[in-house]
Design a protein around this ligand. Structure first.
Ligand SMILES: C[S@@+](CC[C@H](N)C(=O)[O-])C[C@H]1O[C@@H](n2cnc3c(N)ncnc32)[C@H](O)[C@@H]1O
Length: 212
C-alpha cells in the first residue's frame, strides 16, 4: 500500500475525537481488549486510551510509516500495545480475540471488499457480546445526507472508482448476516454517524427459550 501519511495524518481526527469518545464511553467494556483497526497516525488511540484507562488498547495499521507514528503517539502509555500490522483483507487477522473493535473513517476510502472483510473478521475475533464500533460518513436510503457529503463522495470516486460513501443499510445488512446486531445509530457532527453493533451468541450456543 502506498504511503498515504499526508492524507491520513490530517486534523479530522483532532476534530472528531471528542464526540467519538462520548459514544465510546457509553458502549465500550470497562475492561478487556479494544482493537482499533486502521489506526492511521494513532491520534485517536492515544486520546481514547488516556481517557479510558480500564481496557487495554491494541492499535493496528497496514502502513508501516503510520505504524511508526502510532508507536511515537502512544509511547509510554501503559494500557496501549505496540501497533499490529493488520490489513483487514489478510485473514486470519494477527490477533485471535478482542472484546471490542473500533474502526474510524476507513470504509469509504477502501473498496467494498474491505468493509466485507472488516465485518467478517470482526465476527470471527469478537467475543460473544463484543462490540464493533464504526464511524464515518454514510449514504442513507440511497441518497446523501448533506451536499458536502455528496461533494466528498464525488472526490473520493474520482480518486479511486472503488472508493466512496457506503449505504448505511448495506453495512447494517452485512453486519446482521455476520451475527452482529445493530445496537445504536448515533448522528455525529459534520454529517457523520456512529454505528454500534454487538456480537450475538455463537451459532449453536444460543437458546431462544432461555435467551442464553
Ligand atoms: C482516512 S484514514 C483514517 C485513519 C484513522 N482511523 C483516522 O480516523 O484518523 C484510512 C485508514 O485506513 C487504512 N486502511 C486502508 N486499507 C486498509 C485495510 N485493507 N485494512 C486496514 N486498514 C486499512 C489506511 O492505512 C488509513 O490508515
Amino acid at each position: 500500500m502506498a504511503n498515504q501519511t499526508g492524507l491520513w495524518g490530517c486534523s479530522a481526527a483532532d476534530r472528531n475525537k471528542g464526540p467519538i469518545l462520548e459514544v465510546l464511553e457509553e458502549v465500550l467494556p470497562e475492561r478487556g481488549l479494544v482493537l482499533e483497526i486502521a489506526s492511521g497516525a494513532g491520534r485517536h488511540v492515544a486520546y481514547f486510551a488516556a481517557a479510558l484507562a480500564g481496557p487495554v488498547w491494541q492499535p493496528s495499521e497496514p502502513d508501516a510509516e503510520l505504524r511508526r507514528m502510532i508507536s511515537a503517539a502512544v509511547a509510554g502509555m501503559p494500557n496501549v500495545r505496540e501497533p499490529l500490522d493488520l490489513d483487514v483483507l489478510r485473514r486470519p487477522w494477527p490477533i485471535p480475540a478482542a472484546d471490542a473493535i473500533v474502526n474510524i473513517n476507513m470504509i469509504h476510502v477502501t473498496p467494498w471488499d474491505a468493509t466485507e472483510a472488516l465485518v467478517g473478521g470482526a465476527a470471527e475475533v469478537l467475543a460473544d457480546g463484543g462490540i464493533l464500533y464504526m464511524y464515518g460518513p454514510y449514504r442513507r436510503f440511497g441518497g446523501h445526507t448533506a451536499p458536502s457529503n455528496a461533494a466528498f463522495d464525488e472526490r473520493l470516486r474520482m480518486q479511486d472508482g472503488r472508493w466512496g460513501l457506503r449505504d448505511m443499510e448495506d453495512v447494517e445488512r452485512l453486519a446482521s448476516e455476520a451475527g452482529l446486531a445493530l445496537e445504536r445509530r448515533v448522528a455525529m457532527p459534520a454529517n457523520n454517524f456512529s454505528l454500534v453493533f454487538r456480537r450475538g451468541r455463537r451459532r449453536g450456543s444460543f437458546s431462544p427459550r432461555t435467551g442464553r
